[in-house]
Design a protein around this ligand. Sequence first.
Ligand code: G1P
Length: 297
Amino acid sequence: MKRKVTKAIFPVAGMGTRFLPATKSVPKEIMTLVDRPLIQYAIDEARAAGIKEFIFVTSRGKGALEDYFDHAPQLEQELRRKGKKDLLEALKSTNMESGAIAYIRQHKALGLGHAVWCARRLIGEEPFAVILPDDVISAEKPCLQQMVEAYAKTGGSMVAAMEVAPEKTSSYGILDVEEDLGSIVNVKGMVEKPVAGTAPSNLAVIGRYILSPDVLVNLNKMKTGAGGEIQLTDAIAAEIANGRRVSGYRFRGQRYDCGSKSGFLQATVAFGLARDDLRDDLSGFLREIVTLSKAAE
Ligand code: G1P
């Protein structure tokens, strides 16, 4: 079985209603942590993991994403003229090789499983990655790279996993654990957004996947699940029922839920503090407002 993963799907068709009115005219994935849009973090992580083909599943109103990955000759010329080498360098990470990026429309919002299925013809018969750009993970070794390395040993299908508080399990795909080996967890079932009190564990699926192409075949059934949507979790769980291996991978790193306002703000602060050019200013400011708010209590 071929285990090299060179294609990644980025489901970016969601309307981002949690961030309205900001997302009325700006795709959620263009929202910025410090000075890079969410999608750039996802692309950088994919590149570090050896991904060569980037497949975006988009929807109406996501044109800004396509422009973002285009060359911008006028802008580049202007920066060159002004000798702004660092900015030119920063722009380079937004450029894609011709043919390395593809956009597929998800014509109806039928769920994450359906979004991934929309890209089936571009995947074919090989394992592929899925990255949900809302889940931003800061890690010494990027999360998907950790997974690609682990996957070379396990094969099958693999999902990133993280412990969450028991009262949060109903917001995630949750693993039913067969055998806990530490960083690898063998899984005997998966439930999407279990009703409170029914979760088989508190080990949640986080938005990084390496999937067997069989998962796309399972999605052909178009079975609806939690929330009346076609769920990726269910199509992966069907692999287990078919006798194939599915593992969870406890990644090393800090995950920020940038699909929520609080998570987005936390990521902004953390990424700001990680930057040499911003750390002093920002940490001074944070100390100040914490002191002020304590004094006001
Ligand atoms: C999706 C998946 C869910 C996973 C989560 C991680 O849910 O369906 O299984 O746990 O991403 O962020 P969403 O957050 O899109 O509702």
